[in-house]
Design a binder for this molecule. Structure first.
Ligand SMILES: Cc1cc2nc3c(=O)[nH]c(=O)nc-3n(C[C@H](O)[C@H](O)[C@H](O)COP(=O)(O)O)c2cc1C
Length: 213
């Protein structure tokens, strides 16, 4: 459970379909983290680890957090620009860092997540991205490794550490809390330490020298 782990908690943030949390309301000017809920299935599990992780971010304290649920945005596979595409793009553009919460579908990540990624370019560039994954024996890590390749193409920087939940149905209690909460939180903290470092460094760098891809 250090660079890969299993784990949860619940925070109201992801229970609404679209977005929660003010994007510009942090008086401490902490870097802004967007947590993306990467599964859009009707019966999805994804909000459980996403809500747990958002609570971990708040406890960590270095980053402000906004949870964006991809199920709340109608993003066309044609990659045409629509009001929802514009709305999500504005939230992503405001972010200094991302955490993608993803399951594993056929050893990869959900197509809805790929569509969301493909709609945007500069919104991802020169920003750090970390991952929370879940699945069977593999804990969703094959999805994560593929996401690293995608985000490299978009000039994003992915974090070495991940938080992963192996055999996830046995890991989370009915209340959305992981059975091994301490190790889950320790894994989240390590990853957030890395993410916060990069978020501060890259925010400063982007301000000093606008990134050109
Ligand atoms: C199309 C599909 C493919 C799947 N493939 C995998 C897989 O390759 N590895 C795995 O661990 N779980 C796999 N699963 C099981 C998922 O881990 C499980 O359904 C999980 O709940 C999906 O996340 P979600 O409910 O948030 O969408 C698959 C599920 C679906 C729907």
């Amino acid at each position: 459970m250090t660079n890969t782990t299993a784990h949860t908690s619940t925070d109201a943030a992801t229970t609404t379909p679209a977005t929660t949390g003010p994007a510009h309301a942090d008086p401490t000017d902490r870097p802004r983290l967007v947590v993306l809920v990467g599964s859009t299935r009707r019966e999805r599990f994804c909000p459980v680890p996403a809500d747990w992780f958002a609570a971990e971010v708040r406890a960590h304290g270095a980053l402000s957090v906004e949870v964006l649920d991809l199920a709340g945005f109608d993003l066309p596979q044609s990659l045409d620009t629509t009001p929802d595409v514009t709305a999500l793009g504005e939230r992503l553009a405001d972010a200094d860092a991302f955490v993608v919460v993803t399951p594993e579908y056929n050893h990869s990540f959900p197509s809805a997540l790929k569509t969301a990624i493909d709609h945007y370019h500069s919104e991802w560039q020169a920003k750090p991205v970390a991952f929370v994954s879940y699945g069977g024996m593999g804990g969703g890590l094959r999805a994560v490794e593929q996401l690293r390749l995608v985000f490299a193409e978009l000039h994003a920087v992915t974090m070495r550490n991940t938080v992963s939940f192996h055999n996830y149905p046995t890991v989370f209690g009915e209340d959305g809390t992981p059975s091994e909460a301490a190790s889950a939180s320790a894994a989240a903290k390590q990853m957030l330490d890395q993410l916060a470092w990069w978020a501060v460094a890259l925010r400063r760098a982007r301000a000093e020298h606008p990134y050109s891809a």
